[in-house]
Design a protein around this ligand. Structure first.
Ligand code: 6CR
Length: 235
């Protein structure tokens, strides 16, 4: 038990999917998992454990943003002993070659967050995905004919920028292809505690072309992302 989680050790599988939205955790459990059991509901940040293709796997909501994700991830690793953590969610697009509904596999995660700077002094630590998980996700996406891009993701602490916002400045010119708000903290904690992490996002609104996914397409695209994440998680 922790201040944010009433599960007991063993309630979670070794691998977990991490959506930000608690209702998306519920949707994943109810739609994809067999024998899904609610293991956490503190603050309504719902967590479930069930099976996917006969193998045990969990899903736990993290809330939006790096501070919230960091609480859940720190506890999942250090209190519950989880070894594989895969964030699933939505992101914005920062490159026109990424079309809405495409998947982005965050190979690395750049950030404006103090949470990643907190102990590196003059060094800019590079938060990266676990190569094995990234390779498995790319191979499975390829085999399934999914449209995906592996690249550098921006994990920003800001959703609404102040006036004079310069479109993330030079980042898109340096290969940053998407923006969300959690991956960098996930990768930094995974590196700190020696576990595996990956982020798979569905691009839902392009900040370059201003194309957006429409509501009913949203769920279909999310199914592709969740199926891929579950296959990687249980491999
Ligand atoms: N900054 C930001 N910008 C765009 Cl264009 C986003 N599209 C999806 N997200 C994700 O969705 C939530 C914000 O709506 C966050 O959890 C974030 O990870 C985005 N976050």
């Amino acid at each position: 038990m922790t201040p944010h989680n009433h599960a007991i050790k063993g309630d979670y599988a070794d691998a977990v999917l991490l959506p930000g939205d608690p209702l998306r955790a519920k949707w994943i459990a109810e739609t994809f998992l067999d024998e899904a059991k609610l293991v956490n509901s503190v603050r309504n940040c719902l967590g479930y454990t069930g099976t996917w293709k006969g193998k045990r796997v969990s899903v736990q909501a993290t809330g939006m943003g790096q501070p919230s994700l960091s609480i859940y991830v720190h506890e999942l690793i250090n209190t519950y002993g989880l070894k594989t953590l895969i964030r699933v969610g939505t992101c914005g697009g920062l490159n026109a070659r990424v079309k809405v509904r495409d998947l982005i596999l965050a190979q690395a995660a750049s950030t404006d967050s103090a949470i990643v700077r907190d102990r590196f002094g003059p060094y800019n630590f590079a938060p990266i995905a676990d190569f094995g998980l990234l390779r498995a996700a790319a191979e499975k996406a390829e085999a399934a004919g999914m449209r995906y891009h592996a690249g550098n993701m921006l994990s920003s602490d800001i959703f609404y920028h102040a006036d004079g916002f310069a479109g993330y400045d030079k980042l898109p010119d340096h290969g940053v292809i998407g923006v969300e708000m959690e991956a960098a903290a996930l990768y930094t904690l995974a590196a700190r505690f020696g576990v595996k992490a990956l982020t798979i996002c569905t691009m839902t609104d392009c900040l370059i072309t201003h194309e957006e996914i429409d509501a009913n397409e949203r769920q279909t695209s999310l199914k592709e992302m969740v199926t891929l994440a579950l296959d990687v998680a249980v491999e």
